[in-house]
Design a protein around this ligand. Structure first.
Ligand SMILES: Nc1ncnc2c1ncn2[C@@H]1O[C@H](COP(=O)(O)OP(=O)(O)OP(=O)(O)O)[C@@H](O)[C@H]1O
Length: 218
């Protein structure tokens, strides 16, 4: 599902460089990415999603060479096949929770807006513990609730690949375990690949594999 070779990335005007000689993740595999703050975990997820383009190297997602895709193709790949849970959530403040969850369908015509989609979003929100928040605006939610909206938005279109940047960072221990259980369950049911950046070592035992970025980079 994911193959990276000889990846090099620099931010403009920055000394930071991410170098990954090789990384391969199987379809359906559930992988945690750990490493110290500032080591490039978020940057790696953004490269995989085609938000940033590498200076050098290959990033293949589901057989497609992401850096060679046109910008519109990369955007379509992100919206149709990837569910991205951003560290800062990136919710749309002027849209209600229900419309934030349904956002992938609003911004991409290739995702058909089928009947039943709204009730699917409602069920997903209920399983995430925010079923009573659907008509609220994000500004009225706690950080943990905002995080769960972001997770709902990442799952609603049934992506093959979930890239989750500290998806439990704002949750209490009970909700943390519950949300990770939902992500694992989703991955198992859909045979979706899950790449999760986490600083929470208590959660690591649930993953198929833990990748320490300090051992992967050169
Ligand atoms: N837009 C940017 N421009 C320049 N440098 C950046 C930019 N974004 C991040 N960096 C730098 O790139 C490095 C890697 O950042 P990144 O956010 O990927 O780290 P991280 O491992 O995810 O950290 P954390 O665990 O704190 O979230 C850091 O040194 C950071 O300061």
């Amino acid at each position: 599902m994911l193959q990276i070779q000889n990846l090099i990335y620099h931010y403009p005007k920055s000394d930071f460089q991410l170098t990954i000689p090789s990384l391969s993740v199987e379809k359906g595999e559930r992988v945690a990415i750990i490493g110290p703050s500032g080591f490039g975990k978020t940057t790696l997820l953004q490269l995989i999603a085609g938000i940033f383009l590498p200076e050098n190297g290959s990033i293949r997602v589901n057989g497609r060479e992401v850096p060679l895709l046109k910008e519109a193709e990369r955007r379509n790949l992100r919206i149709q096949e990837i569910g991205f849970v951003f560290q800062d959530f990136k919710l749309i403040e002027y849209l209600k929770v229900i419309d934030n969850i349904l956002l992938p369908f609003r911004i991409n015509r290739k995702l058909p807006y089928q009947n039943g989609l709204k009730s699917k979003a409602q069920n997903l929100a209920t399983s995430l513990g925010i079923g009573d928040k659907l008509n609220k605006y994000p500004s009225k939610l706690s950080q943990g609730e905002r995080q769960r909206v972001a997770i709902g938005r990442a799952l609603i279109h049934q992506p093959h690949l979930i890239l989750a940047d500290e998806p439990t960072g704002n949750l209490d221990p009970k909700n943390k375990r519950h949300i990770m259980h939902l992500l694992f369950e989703y991955s198992q049911q859909q045979q979706a690949t899950l790449l999760t950046v986490t600083h929470d070592y208590e959660l690591l035992s649930g993953f198929d594999r833990v990748i320490d970025l300090t051992e992967l980079t050169t």
